[in-house]
Design a protein around this ligand. Structure first.
Ligand SMILES: NC(=O)c1ccc[n+]([C@@H]2O[C@H](COP(=O)([O-])OP(=O)(O)OC[C@H]3O[C@@H](n4cnc5c(N)ncnc54)[C@H](O)[C@@H]3O)[C@@H](O)[C@H]2O)c1
Length: 331
């Protein structure tokens, strides 16, 4: 089955591409490599067909979707908290880029009669003001597209608004079988390591670069997140493709966990074996207090349960990052 993975050189895309190739699928990666990396393919031992295209340019991508049966549309401008929401202009740029990317990909899918789309949306679509207290848990009904006129719409910044607009566009694409995954935090090997890196690789890198400490953690460490290991995410995305339907499915994907940033820092120090003192910098931005998924719909619909526990996944990411940094310092 001819399959496009947009954003296929990124964190989730590279692992998904590997899995699809193993399943015997004819995979084309479409990516501009603005955040993804070809090293991610060599590390995973794969050589997929690659089209280097900026998806904001509709003319360039129209012909690539001919004869394609399925699209995993993972490309998006993604970044850490201060990178995404550093200024209003950043929020605007992220909104505009992600809306353009999504609109172009969906239009190319419609014009080329692509049969199936899997779209990773985000926890960022849920009302941000409801994430300001400990233990905030979200189920799909907390943002139901059928009731947007009566529900409170308050997504997280330009990125969250763009994901919501992406979902709305897909809800109108009547002839395509679609699944939407509202992802919370996905982690794993092949994280972006530049200034847009999210919390886990940023913390590991900070410690590796300053093993004697102090090990500075943004905020008071009390804010919590859900972390889903990338292989579990890939399993679920492939199952979502199987059950894609019209009108579309929307499911939360996460581990159903609630890990505090302070505990992640402690675990990273433990894994490292370094004797670094953790210092909390409460002046730095931390984002919402709590954002946790109810994953019962994914469990029931997909027969899917995450398998990799957080400490196992974190150890894998730690080893991978250590290796990447060692290789970079040698070259
Ligand atoms: N990782 C998470 O925690 C998480 C959480 C919620 C949603 N998501 C969504 O899942 C998808 C994949 O996320 P990820 O963590 O693998 O991110 P990533 O940044 O590692 O991958 C995104 C890929 O998209 C590519 N890309 C960006 N702009 C592009 C453009 N204009 N044209 C072509 N390619 C472009 C990047 O080069 C990158 O390879 C994204 O849509 C993201 O919004 C991820």
């Amino acid at each position: 089955m001819k399959t496009i993975v947009t954003g296929g050189s990124g964190l989730i895309g590279s692992h998904l591409t590997k899995r699809l190739i193993e399943l015997g699928r004819d995979v084309i990666v479409v990516d501009d490599f603005s955040r993804g990396n070809e090293l991610n393919f060599s590390d995973l031992g794969i050589k997929p067909e690659i089209k280097k295209i900026d998806l904001r340019d509709l003319e360039k991508l129209k012909t690539e979707f001919k004869g394609v049966e399925s699209v995993f549309h993972l490309a998006a401008r993604v970044g850490s908290l201060d990178w995404l929401h550093g200024t209003k202009m950043r929020d605007l740029a992220w909104f505009q880029d992600n809306c353009a990317i999504d609109a172009n990909v969906f239009r190319a899918c419609i014009e080329n009669s692509v049969g199936r789309i899997v779209y990773p949306s985000s926890a960022a679509v849920y009302p941000i003001h409801e994430q300001e207290h400990a233990g905030a848990v979200f189920s799909e009904d907390d943002l139901d597209l059928a009731h947007v006129r009566t529900q409170t719409i308050d997504p997280d910044g330009g990125y969250g608004w763009a994901k919501l607009v992406g979902e709305v566009q897909l809800s109108w694409a009547a002839d395509i079988k679609i699944s939407v995954a509202r992802l919370f935090n996905v982690y794993g090997e092949n994280f972006a390591l530049d200034q847009t890196a999210p919390v886990i690789p940023s913390l590991i890198r900070r410690l590796l670069e300053n093993p004697k400490g102090p090990f500075v953690v943004w905020g008071d460490g009390e804010q919590t997140r859900d972390f889903l290991y990338v292989s579990d995410c890939v399993d679920a995305l492939i199952k979502l493709e199987d059950i894609a339907t019209s009108p579309m499915n929307i499911v939360n994907l996460g581990a159903g966990s609630n890990v505090s940033i302070g505990n992640i820092a402690k675990l990273i120090v433990e894994i490292s074996g370094f004797d670094a003192e953790i210092q909390f910098d409460v002046e730095k931005p931390v984002g919402p207090i709590s954002r946790q998924p109810d994953i019962s719909k994914a469990n029931a619909l997909l027969g899917w349960y995450p398998e990799v526990d957080f400490e196992t996944g974190l150890r894998r990411v730690y080893s991978w990052l250590q290796k990447r940094l060692n290789e970079a310092s040698r070259s």
